[in-house]
Write a protein that binds this ligand. Structure first.
Ligand code: ZN
Length: 196
């Protein structure tokens, strides 16, 4: 299967509100194929989430997962600080992501559609997402930590929002620069260094 390319900022499809999927279409071969393609594109990138507009499809669909092999690059301390644990692949159709409580976390974040860059982004620590899974069954998932960040990031995509709209702008860096200047520093150290 030839995989579609990941659309890069600031293509119009990344800036529009994606459309609701009629739930009676979730089980159609067309949608089932979309889910499969999205999962493959996410894994090939590799990434931990993908929204349909990122492959040029203006529908409210997201896929997400976190795999042990991706986590292997992080130290145990980094994993703990980010509350990042592996979780199984999820397809969520017409997701509604609601922050729970007022606690937030700020970490470096990137996007497959803003290739080669990272920045600090403040997000709710905990969210609840509701929607439908790939079998058209209703889903409700309350989660905190890194999965909550992914859900907020992908949910934003469906509303035409990119992390660069929310980032602490002074922290915006290329991957190469981040590796040189940010690696091994805590978020508090980064903030102090950047004056934010
Ligand atoms: Zn993204």
């Amino acid at each position: 299967m030839e995989l579609p390319p990941i659309v890069q900022a600031f293509a119009p499809v990344l800036r529009a509100r994606a459309e609701d999927v009629p739930t009676d279409r979730i089980k159609t071969p067309e949608l089932q194929q979309l889910f499969e393609v999205m999962i493959r594109v996410m894994r090939a990138a590799p990434g931990v989430g993908l929204a349909a507009p990122q492959i040029g499809v203006p529908w409210r669909v997201m896929v997400l997962e976190d795999r042990a092999e991706l986590l292997a690059t992080l130290s145990a301390a980094d994993r703990k600080e980010r509350e990042r644990e592996p979780f199984e692949t999820r397809v969520i159709v017409n997701p509604v992501v609601k922050p729970i409580g007022s606690e937030t976390r700020t970490f470096l974040e990137g996007c497959l559609s803003v290739k080669g860059h990272v920045a600090l982004v403040e997000r709710a620590r905990e969210v609840e997402v509701t929607g439908f899974d790939e079998h058209a069954a209703p889903v409700s998932w309350r989660v905190s930590g890194w999965p909550a960040r992914i859900l907020q990031h992908e949910g934003d995509h469906l509303d035409g929002t990119l992390y660069v709209d929310r980032m602490l702008t002074r922290s915006f860096a290329t991957d190469v620069s981040a590796k040189e200047h940010y690696a091994g520093k805590s978020v508090a150290e980064l903030r102090a260094m950047l004056g934010i």
